[in-house]
Ligand binder design. Structure first.
Ligand code: RNT
Ligand code: ZN
Length: 417
């Protein structure tokens, strides 16, 4: 049966629940998902591609064909993006700068190093997001950056972060599309600290300094990312949940909620509604923690659907920015990008097809029996037919047919690197 015929049948079934599948597709096709460039090269960047990844994050696996320069990373991103429906952005770390082979110290990274990215993004109608890179560097080897007791180390990273906001504002202005700059600091202590307050105070003051310059929010918005622990920083993370939530609320910043940055039984889907009562906007780093902050490829699981439902139920698409943050070097990296991003898109479509008004009504009436019954029935509605239609309308492969394209690309391009 053709995709169209299957879709028409599905549409009638959803209509019985008062759900308009055409409207759902239209809504989802407009929600931007920021694809992180760092899935393409295991978070290495081009400054020192053979250097170690530090900062408490880890990539395992050595699948052949990793991108080792800008041209390869862009080509790989293009390949993945061509297999994914929906509106996309690209999320860059500052160490993906285009310095034309010149070595540029982090605190010297400047807007001009992103001119070629801006042109590239314009051609593809992509928005850009940005991050200072405060890890994988000799100045972060102590595990502390902007909270370091040594002023020289602190100042180095503060300069880098200030420079990052300048880069971001420049990109935002040139693209006519607001950049979200995410500040994630690896700062923490492996063992029990003697002065948590003092270290956090230094981080707070560093952020105050970094954000001192007023930047037009049309061009750049700042977000700060909390974390519970990292490898080598097991006992104390300076930018904890409370720290970042407090800082963001008081200083009108965005809070970044990474799905891997909480205790394993905590879920980000439950945090969206709370944070939005006290913050204008938040940024998500959608990842998949397996036992710890492992950054596995995002899959279409219960929590992903719950996150998407929380965003759409509240009509929060303008206030919740969706970014992805996973990295797996053990499988084809383009497939990893494609699986993770298609999963996010699926979850958004699932959420858009939810009869949320009916569920809310049942809840208000206290009919929890019907609420649960309906939620369970929704799971086996002919979602796949709507998803296939969405892919077809977006001109991307339906079902698993994208995989053969990745395999071909692996044969033609990746295996020759
Ligand atoms: C690390 C944070 C951070 C990074 C990226 C590379 O735990 O999640 O967001 O993954 O910035
Ligand atoms: Zn993250």
């Amino acid at each position: 049966m053709s995709t169209k015929n299957r879709y028409e049948a599905a549409k009638a079934i959803y209509a019985e629940l008062g759900v308009d599948t055409d409207a759902a597709i239209k809504l989802v096709s407009k929600i931007p998902v920021s694809m992180h460039c760092w899935q393409g090269d295991d978070v290495h960047g081009f400054e020192n591609p053979d250097g170690d990844l530090t900062g408490g994050i880890q990539v395992t696996g050595n699948y052949p064909g990793k991108a080792t320069n800008l041209a390869q990373l862009r080509a790989d991103f293009d390949k993945a993006a061509s297999l994914i429906p929906g509106k996309k952005r690209i999320n860059l770390h500052s160490f993906y700068l285009d310095s034309d082979g010149e070595k540029v110290s982090r605190e010297k990274i400047a807007p001009k190093h992103f001119d070629s990215w801006i042109d590239w993004a314009k051609e593809r109608d992509l928005g850009i997001d940005y991050n200072p890179s405060c890890f994988s560097h000799p100045m972060s080897d102590d595990g502390l950056t902007i909270s370091h007791p040594d002023k020289a180390v602190r100042d180095f990273w503060i300069e880098h972060c200030k420079g990052s906001r300048k880069v971001a504002a420049y990109i935002g202005e040139k693209l006519g599309n607001t950049v979200i700059t995410n500040f994630w600091m690896p700062d923490g202590y492996k063992d029990i600290p003697a002065d948590r307050y003092g270290t956090r105070l230094r981080m707070k003051e560093a952020y105050d300094e970094i954000f001192k310059e007023q930047i037009d929010e049309k061009f750049n918005k700042d977000a700060i990312e909390s974390k519970v622990f990292g490898i080598g920083a097991e006992s104390c993370t300076i930018g904890s949940g409370e720290f970042c939530m407090g800082y963001a609320a008081k200083n009108n910043k965005l809070l970044t909620l990474d799905t891997g940055h909480f205790h394993p039984t905590e879920v980000v889907s439950d945090k969206i509604s709370s944070t939005l009562l006290f913050l204008n906007e938040i940024l998500l780093h959608v990842s998949r923690p397996v036992r710890w902050d492992s950054d596995h490829v995002v899959i279409y699981d219960d929590e992903l659907r719950a996150i998407a439902c929380e965003i759409l139920r509240g009509g929060f698409t303008d206030r919740v920015h969706i970014g992805l943050d996973f990295f797996d070097g053990s499988i084809n990296r383009i497939a990893a990008w494609t699986i993770g991003t298609r999963s996010m898109q699926k979850a958004l479509l699932f959420a858009a097809l939810e009869p949320s008004e009916t569920l809310r009504k049942l809840e208000l009436e206290g009919d929890y029996t019907s609420r649960l019954a309906l939620m369970e029935e929704i799971k086996t509605l002919p979602f796949a037919a709507v998803w296939d239609m969405y892919c077809e309308m977006e001109g991307v492969p339906t079902r698993a047919s994208w995989l053969s394209e990745v395999k071909q690309y692996e044969k033609d391009v990746l295996s020759k690197r």
